[in-house]
Design a protein around this ligand. Structure first.
Ligand code: BV8
Length: 262
């Protein structure tokens, strides 16, 4: 089943990409692995290796131990700030700049490496951050003082330092601007993602285990809508069955090889 070998998978795929009016990328943590950002499930190095995602990436986990969760996100934020887009991010950004309006990137990653690569290379791709951004914060609760239009709203930027920071006026706590397990995705992002997946001619699924929903379902949606679905991964993923082609290899190696000639 694995490694549906096409005599010339790259040549055939490039031909399809040349004809494609709309290309969609679904990316996961493997996309940023070669930028030094740990993935989630890689046994030893993965973020989840010895931590329970439900305890850390969930509202209940945050309320149970706000300092532990806040510090864990601070650690990851520092890692993202020190990271640089890799050759895979750059190849996608350059392809998008050469073919404006053709590429939509649906990323599960809360880092900003796709966005930074685009900024360095010239806009071109539409980027949908399905699970939010680790570099933004928002209030945990609705303001306990309620909506009073006469009063200046509580600004996250004015939060007093702490683990987590708190509002000096109402005591509200800050939380990372990510989508936690058990939380719905922003419906605008999910709608945009479903539309892009249904409309694309080719979907490249890059560096995701396909273990988290509803993101994982976007590959099947693209396939059922008639798209040519290609998986790029160093290992077997949970959604390989949705693929027409499975290319084994790393994102920073395969994407430049596939896209730079186009
Ligand atoms: C929701 C932000 C409505 C936070 C994240 C249907 C079925 C089963 C379960 C569910 C379902 N629907 C909903 C659920 C529950 C849950 C879910 O999916 N649970 C899973 C664990 C079973 N989903 C949710 O809760 C979602 N919300 O559905 O709301 C609702 C609400 C209540 C109840 C029902 C419905 C919200 C999900 C979003 C959670 N937030 N991130 C943070 O980052 O801290 S998810 C987070 O984990 C990432 O964003 C990403 O999505 C996921 C990790 O997956 P990957 O990115 O794929 O990374 P992973 O490490 O797993 O794999 C890396 C891959 O890369 C591997 O395959 C590896 O081989 C490969 N690789 C490694 N190196 C390279 C490489 N590939 C190429 N090159 C390399 N160099």
């Amino acid at each position: 089943m694995r490694d549906r070998r096409y005599a010339h998978p790259f040549r055939d795929l490039r031909a399809k990409l040349r004809q494609a009016a709309s290309v969609c990328v679904l990316s996961g943590a493997g996309m940023s692995a070669e930028s030094g950002i740990p993935t989630f499930r890689d046994a030893q190095t993965g973020l989840w290796a010895n931590l329970d995602p439900m305890q850390l990436a969930s509202e209940a986990g945050f309320r149970a131990d706000p300092q532990r969760v806040w510090d864990w996100y601070q650690m990851r934020r520092d890692g993202v700030r020190q990271a640089e887009p890799n050759a895979g991010h750059v190849a996608l950004a350059r392809y998008a700049a050469r073919h404006p309006g053709r590429l939509t990137i649906l990323t599960q990653n809360v880092d900003d490496l796709h966005q930074r690569a685009a900024a360095q290379t010239g806009e071109g791709a539409r980027i949908v951050a399905l699970h939010g951004s680790i570099l933004t914060d928002r209030w945990l609760d609705a303001c306990p003082r309620g909506e009073d239009l006469m009063r200046r709203p509580c600004e996250p930027s004015r939060a007093e330092p702490g683990h987590p920071p708190r509002c000096p006026d109402c005591g509200n706590r800050l939380r990372p601007g990510v989508v936690w397990f058990g939380e719905s995705l922003d419906y605008r992002d999910l709608t945009a993602a479903e539309e892009a997946a249904s409309a694309c001619d080719v979907m490249l699924v890059v560096g995701t285990s396909g273990a988290v929903w509803p993101a994982a379902g976007l590959a099947a949606r693209a396939r059922h809508a008639g798209a040519h679905v290609v998986i790029l991964n160093t290992q077997v993923s949970e959604i390989d069955d949705e693929a027409h082609i499975v290319l084994t290899g790393s994102a920073a190696t395969l994407l430049p090889r596939l896209l730079d000639p186009l």
